[in-house]
Design a protein around this ligand. Structure first.
Ligand SMILES: *[C@@H]1O[C@H](CO)[C@@H](O)[C@H](O)[C@H]1NC(C)=O
Ligand SMILES: *[C@@H]1O[C@H](CO)[C@@H](O)[C@H](O)[C@H]1NC(C)=O
Ligand SMILES: *[C@@H]1O[C@H](CO)[C@@H](O)[C@H](O)[C@H]1NC(C)=O
Ligand SMILES: *[C@@H]1O[C@H](CO)[C@@H](O)[C@H](O)[C@H]1NC(C)=O
Ligand SMILES: *[C@@H]1O[C@H](CO)[C@@H](O)[C@H](O)[C@H]1NC(C)=O
Ligand SMILES: *[C@@H]1O[C@H](CO)[C@@H](O)[C@H](O)[C@H]1NC(C)=O
Length: 394
């Protein structure tokens, strides 16, 4: 498993941090201006920010990097741990990214790595500076995320605004015990690959009380994730909350135990979505999902399981997907579907979906070509309560 070597390293660090944290600690403020940062929107402040980070990170107790209410331009930065204490990245400013992706050498403009007890907060904005309106969609290289968190544990983000990312807003890899709340991630609906939250190989993640409107998935749940609790999200525009895409790479891991509750999708292309490629290489299980109290407002495909995912046809047909989808409950799902097929359950012929439970569904078709319908292919399970469109499960 990709996180293992670091899990060991972090276990040692955890013991160290516990020892340190039990000392009486007073907070210390590291104002980026003291490190030469200039809030003029032009000076490259990357070095000043990194120096402030290094000092804060090297000190035990609670340490706060403080960014005042000004515009700070900076090229790419890496904020690396392990840190001795708890580090708070408190941003009241507007951080501006380089306009051109070629001036960002990493996968993300701002990258937090190997940190425990990190807090990212403040009333400020992270501005990816991508002018999507200019519509020169040069997709030749992978564009950088606004912020990436790799191997960050026992941490949280609250109160972050992220605008016009070049690629995804927030990328998470191998994070554990991470809370995300009160974030607003915004990019235009036609901006390609601007996922709100893209996350893989992570566990014990809570995403709450947030608005995500973007040009790709609001939340993309990738391989190797377990124990997610997602609640009170408004998503739109965007492609919905997606599991996947999965099934393309041999080394993929199971995705287990995900709850999504009290969420509204408005004008999105998808709502509840699973996507796996038509390929047998990854033999994994996707199971233990509960979607509860979900409202769809004019959503193209409110419920969409696609085990022949092929966004840019033609795709090579390598064989049925070997991703087993099992134990998925959809409870209290209502609203309007732009497409006549409001519930689409197209599962793998070799690994049919099992234990799909539909409880109280009321999705109406907003269109003139008749009432909403459900479509099942290799999908097994049961339905109870109000059921519109009528269930096609067997
Ligand atoms: C995340 O939230 C839960 C419950 O809301 C809380 O118990 C936990 O301490 C939080 N974790 C962090 C790292 O803030
Ligand atoms: C999110 O931020 C955008 C851009 O600043 C703003 O227009 C929108 O009102 C915000 N949404 C919420 C729910 O805070
Ligand atoms: C849901 O999240 C929004 C922010 O997007 C917040 O204003 C509201 O209070 C939250 N609702 C509940 C019930 O927590
Ligand atoms: C199905 O998933 C739920 C979580 O959504 C879990 O609580 C339950 O134990 C799972 N049931 C089985 C039979 O695996
Ligand atoms: C129905 O569709 C129209 C346009 O196609 C849209 O403007 C309207 O908001 C939709 N209504 C609902 C309730 O989804
Ligand atoms: C389903 O939704 C429609 C339109 O939103 C509503 O008129 C109808 O009463 C609902 N049906 C049930 C059984 O709740």
């Amino acid at each position: 498993m990709a996180c293992t070597t670091d899990v060991f390293k972090n276990m040692f660090l955890f013991l160290l941090v516990v020892a340190v944290a039990s000392r009486p600690a007073t907070g210390k403020i590291f104002d980026v201006r003291k490190y030469g940062a200039k809030g003029d929107g032009k000076t490259d402040n990357a070095n000043a920010f990194i120096k402030a980070w290094e000092d804060a990170c090297a000190r035990s107790g609670r340490n706060r990097i403080y960014i005042p209410r000004k515009e700070f331009y900076m090229s790419d930065v890496e904020f690396k741990g392990p840190c001795k204490g708890k580090t708070v990245f408190f941003n009241n400013g507007r951080l501006l990214a380089p306009v051109h992706a070629k001036h960002i050498k990493q996968d993300a403009w701002i990258n937090f790595q190997y940190i425990d007890y990190l807090v990212v907060t403040g009333h400020g904005t992270i501005d990816g500076s991508r002018s999507w309106s200019s519509s020169n969609f040069d997709m030749k290289r992978r564009l950088p995320a606004n912020i990436a968190f790799d191997f960050v544990r026992k941490s949280r983000i609250s109160g972050l605004i992220s605008l016009n990312s070049k690629s995804e807003h927030l990328n998470f890899f191998c994070v554990d015990h991470f809370n995300i709340s009160h974030v607003n991630l915004t990019a235009p609906g036609n901006s390609p690959n601007t996922d709100g939250i893209k996350i893989g190989m992570s566990s014990n993640v809570k995403i709450r009380d947030s608005h995500i409107g973007s040009g790709d998935d609001c939340i993309a749940i990738l391989s190797g994730n377990t124990n997610f609790d997602i609640r009170n999200i408004t998503c739109g525009p965007g492609h919905g909350i997606s599991v996947g895409s999965l099934g393309k790479h041999k080394e993929e891991k199971n995705v287990e135990n995900v709850r999504v509750r009290d969420t509204v999708f408005t004008g999105t292309s998808n709502g509840i979505r699973f996507k796996t490629w038509e390929s047998p290489v990854a033999e994994i299980t996707v199971s233990g999902f509960l979607y509860e109290n979900i409202k769809m407002v004019d959503v193209q495909h409110p419920v969409n399981m696609e085990q022949k995912y092929c966004p840019y046809p033609p795709c090579p047909k390598l064989g049925d997907s070997h991703v087993q989808i099992r134990n998925v409950t959809l409870k209290n799902i209502w609203g309007t579907s732009r497409n006549k097929v409001a519930v689409n359950l197209q599962c793998s012929r070799s690994f049919p979906c099992k234990d799909i439970q539909l409880i109280n569904i009321n999705l109406t078709h907003n269109g003139s070509d008749g009432p909403a319908t459900a479509l099942c292919e290799n999908a097994r399970g049961s339905a109870r309560g109000k059921m519109f469109p009528p269930s096609c499960l067997n």
